[in-house]
Design a protein around this ligand. Structure first.
Ligand code: DPN
Ligand code: ZN
Ligand code: CA
Length: 438
């Protein structure tokens, strides 16, 4: 048997280390897949994020001390964000709704391009409570999403997905703006949203690093970012469903997000891993007049802003599933004419972790003068049999066919066999080659 190996470089490297690449087909390692890899995500300048917070603080000061729904400070906040996005080349939409007798506003900003059928969204509520300027809650999330959108523009990003950013009104009255947005979105449009990332309170003065435990891909993306900078995270538990992601989740859109804590108390274990003060709230100014520009931890704001960009960059590029390692036998195995016992062509698989995938691919190449004679099975290392072909195709020559087998209950490593039996007399042939791809 000659064995050739192709596929994922990591797997190939592992196999090379095990000395199994000696008979590899030259050039077989070049994966022919057209992969659009995400460019390196930018470091979002925290000074820019803070400059937006300073502006939101000024807006509150000039408008009776808050940026709450129905107050002039809210509309001024929307106008500030919209002007920045318009200047950066976004297509912005101001959406109005009515709540508690006052006009509310959502701002939607679309980055031109990308697949309109696969939309990645990120958003934050822009309203404060009426008791203060709402700089951590939620100037922080609003400013980080804004600065990430501006970074998309600066870098001229051309993601495979269509990017859409949202700033929600009247969150503090019960997620009103985001509910309005998803409700007016036609069902067909909702189905195009591949994910919604929510950022509500991400610069808490005594911060924790919390990741929403929701869509696994989004969650893992954030965890990977924080692992990369050596910051431990915990699952967000303070208020599941207490922010705008709940509106999206309720209509079946995958969601995720970040949070640095509100009125809950930081434990000593948390203070040990994150620093800060044990026995004190993550944000002592939550929903208070002291939620101003002094109520921000710059390090938390910096890390979380970078995490927003990391997620947009990585999730914004559709990630094709990389081809798994494949193993091929090109040894001819004669198929004796019926009546005769089945013959086997073995392939020894090693260096593959865990089970075979549900999409295990088997490429069969049998030279024969009557394929309607043949019964062809894939036999797993433990003897489990997966029938691939059972005398179909009548009098046609040769069996050159690809099969997808759900082999997810099989350990990948071990000897797999292509088993072939000739069930009718006269015509004969041989197994020319076969290949299994995990
Ligand atoms: N949006 C804030 C609130 O609803 O009061 C902050 C918050 C977000 C609180 C997520 C808990 C969980
Ligand atoms: Zn709030
Ligand atoms: Ca035959």
């Amino acid at each position: 048997m000659s064995l050739s190996v192709s596929g994922r470089l990591a797997a190939a490297a592992a196999l090379a280390a095990a000395g199994l690449l000696a008979s590899a087909t030259p050039g077989a390692l070049a994966a022919p897949t057209a992969v659009t890899a995400a460019p390196t995500p930018p470091d979002i300048p925290v000074a820019n994020v803070k400059a937006h917070l300073t502006q939101l603080q000024s807006i509150a000061q000039a408008n009776g001390g808050n940026r709450a729904h129905g107050r002039t400070g809210y509309k001024a906040s929307i106008d500030y964000v919209k002007a920045k996005l318009d200047a950066a080349g976004f297509t912005t939409t101001l959406q109005t709704f009515t709540s508690s007798g006052a006009t509310g506003y959502n701002l939607i900003a679309d980055w031109p391009g990308g697949d309109p059928n696969s939309v990645l969204m990120a958003g934050a509520h822009l309203d404060s409570v009426s008791s203060g300027a709402g700089i951590n809650d939620n100037g922080s999330g609003s400013a980080a999403v804004l600065e990430t959108a501006l970074a998309v523009s600066r870098s001229g990003l051309t993601p495979t997905k269509h990017l859409r950013f949202g700033w929600w009104g009247a969150e503090e009255l019960g997620l009103i703006g985001s509910k309005y947005y998803v409700n007016q979105l036609p069902t067909a449009e909702r189905a195009k949203v591949s994910g919604y990332l929510n950022f509500d309170m991400i610069g808490s003065p005594n911060p924790g690093y919390f990741v929403y435990d929701d869509d696994p891909t989004i969650e893992q993306t954030f965890k990977t970012y924080f692992a990369g900078i050596g910051v431990p995270t915990e699952i967000e538990t303070e208020g599941d469903g207490r922010s705008d992601h709940a509106s999206f989740k309720n209509v079946g859109i995958p969601v995720g997000g970040l949070f640095t804590g509100a009125s809950n108390t930081k434990t000593s274990a948390q203070a040990q891993k994150w620093g800060g003060t044990a026995g004190q709230s993550f944000d002592r100014c939550y929903h208070s007049s002291c939620d101003n520009t002094s109520n921000i931890n710059d390090t938390a704001l910096d890390r979380n802003s970078d995490a927003v960009a990391y997620a947009i960059w990585n999730l914004g590029f559709a990630t094709p599933v990389p081809p798994g390692p494949s193993f091929e036998s090109t040894t001819d195995v004669n198929i004796p004419d019926s009546p005769a016992a089945a013959v086997n062509s073995p392939i020894a698989v090693s260096g593959v972790t865990g089970n075979a995938p549900a999409t295990t691919k088997v490429d069969v190449n049998i030279v024969h003068t009557y394929r309607g004679d043949l019964i062809v099975d894939l036999v797993a290392p433990d003897g489990s049999v997966y029938n691939l072909h059972n005398r179909s195709g009548g009098s046609a020559d040769n069996l050159v066919q690809s099969y997808t087998v759900n082999a997810s209950s099989e350990v990948a490593n071990g000897t797999w066999n292509l088993r072939v039996r000739d069930a009718a007399a006269q015509d004969v042939g041989y197994i020319n080659s076969w290949k299994i791809t995990f």
